[in-house]
Ligand binder design. Structure first.
Ligand code: DC
Length: 219
């Protein structure tokens, strides 16, 4: 058996990384790894304000966390200590908590190891902010998806409405812009395309066209 195939998809909040990662992983018959869910689940498990704890306390809490992955494509299941991570982490509020814990080197070091361990065992479509730059710099296929803040807020607005969770477009726009700013400007592993990533501006593209571009890229 050869070494696992890693495809990376990075980009800002709300750009559609998860949708594309699931489709591409299904196409390749491999799991997808949602690393945002790892940061979200750490923030959720440690709780509000944990980003202000001292390092020893954070380390101790992180020592009690283990991730596992099963399934393929959109059916991939990421579990924390054996329990599948559910929709409780999918709020804008927990997204902001995740962005806060994601500024901490101790959290990033812990998740880097967890992500690289999974990548050593499984072929993956890995999506997040620093997959192509820091976690899997040697990946043979790297993508960076981008779109304007207005477009990403509008997509999120429609997604939430379809789920029966109406939200304020202006508020969503503000939350996304705030999280982007923090993710792009943090000292450790900031959001940016790897030098060798294919950058796709999806602002004016529908899902089919973005997926076609990704498929072409890995062919
Ligand atoms: O992709 P997402 O919106 O679920 O990610 C939530 C937050 O986690 C995001 O605002 C920043 C952080 N994150 C990160 O710093 N690095 C990653 N690889 C993935 C997510």
């Amino acid at each position: 058996m050869g070494s696992p195939l890693i495809v990376t998809i990075d980009g800002p909040a709300g750009v559609g990384k998860s949708t594309m990662a699931k489709l591409l992983a299904r196409h390749l018959s491999i799991p997808y790894l949602d690393t945002g869910a790892m940061f979200r689940s750490v923030a959720w498990k440690l709780g509000q304000g944990s980003w202000e704890w001292d390092e020893a306390r954070l380390k101790e809490a992180l020592d009690g966390i283990e991730y596992s992955l099963s399934g393929v494509g959109g059916d991939s299941v990421l579990s924390l200590n054996g329990v599948p991570i559910g929709d409780e982490i999918r709020t804008e509020e927990v997204g902001m908590w995740a962005s806060n814990v994601a500024t901490l080197p101790v959290v990033r070091t812990f998740l880097k190891k967890a992500q690289q361990d999974l990548g050593a065992r499984f072929s993956l479509v890995a999506e997040g902010r620093d997959m192509g730059t820091v976690i899997f710099p040697g990946a043979p296929h790297k993508f960076f998806l981008d779109a304007s803040v207005d477009e990403r807020a509008a997509r999120r607005f429609h997604q939430l409405r379809a789920m029966g969770r109406p939200a304020s477009l202006a508020e969503l726009r503000e939350q996304i812009a705030r999280r982007d700013h923090q993710d792009r400007n943090r000292a450790v592993a900031p959001l940016k395309p790897a030098d060798d990533a294919v950058v796709i501006d999806t602002t004016e593209m529908d899902k089919d066209r973005v997926f076609a571009a990704l498929k072409d890229g890995v062919a």
